[in-house]
Design a protein around this ligand. Sequence first.
Ligand code: AMP
Length: 398
Amino acid sequence: MKILVVNAGSSSLKYQLIDMETEKVLAKGGCERIGIAGSLLKAKGNGGEKLYNVDMPDHKKAIKLVLDALLDNEIGVIKSMNEIDAVGHRVVASGEYFKKTTLVTPEVLKTLEEKTFELAPLHNPSAATGLRACMEVMPGTPMALVFDTSFHATMPEKAYLYGIDYDDYKNYGIRKYGAHGTSHKFVSLEAAKYLGKKPEKLKIVTCHLGNGSSITAVDGGKCIDTSMGFTPLAGVLMGTRSGDIDASAVEFLARKKGLSHADAVTYLNKKCGVAGISGVSSDFRDLVAGEESGNERCALALDMFAYQVKKYVGAYAAAMGGLDCIVFTAGIGENTPTVREDVCEGLEFLGVEFDAKANNAQNDGSIREISKKRSKVKVLIIPTNEELVIARETAELL
Ligand code: AMP
């Protein structure tokens, strides 16, 4: 079985074709600048790579080009489009409308477009555009929606509710939904496999630390709490997002700066986080370089980030009544040793015995154990693979 995974952005479309028997990536690539001058498809497959400098006025043209690349006589990996058994689409927000991976029907498409756009106005409309383009170009091929929020659907009410009027939650769906669910699911299952234990027997805190960061408590294979909220603005401070902030401070800030509500939220999403604190960059490589050259605000931003992640680790250990494993994943989690060390420093009381030497070893893309052999709590670096989860979920659905 071959599954095409599609991750559509407003002007981009990334894809992977995965053979589910071997879970091997047969081809992958991405279209950039869709609807903008200078559009481009970078496609890899069959041991080669090709650049297509072709005008892509819309996502339909982009997906047609992707299929051409998959069928290409040099880098192509399939002989006919019929070899693609299904398409799995990444969707950021599901609200309470979808709790799990869902096969697309006209009814499902209607709900996606009419109900969920306001929950993720930057992301869900792009996913729907990509989906519609695929449906037009590949009629008859099953399409699945795989939501970033699904893995968090097991959270109990006490974890996902905000302390607001219960009727407002019921009427407007204002609650915590979480994000990065496919990543948290993938790395928690990989951790169980690596440790040779059943997921049901483990209490894991998964730290997806990237440009957007979220921390999840995975108890017995299920998410019981996560740091992101109604939108991916909540939780720890991130590249440019503030993370949690007192709602009254937002109103105060908007008044002082003469911003509308919407503009204040845009400010919190785009101008804050470690970029706002450091005044230098949202990129952790720049912050580490800044700290090394004596920039105190870069050092402060890194300090705040690690401190906030550490607090979630402690809180979730308490929420689960124990801790067996901490997992680090995503751009920062996989590549920034100083953040991992600062998060784990002082967690001996929880049973963490950190191995600084292993932590500083070269990242070779494999799963790495960075706690000492005798450590009660295992600390692992696990490269995330959200595309594989989307493909697996799609294949399971079929
Ligand atoms: P992500 O959103 O998962 O792509 O993560 C992006 C973040 O990871 C940025 O802050 C990068 O600075 C950080 N990062 C650190 N080292 C690397 C690296 N070698 N490759 C990619 N991202 C890195």
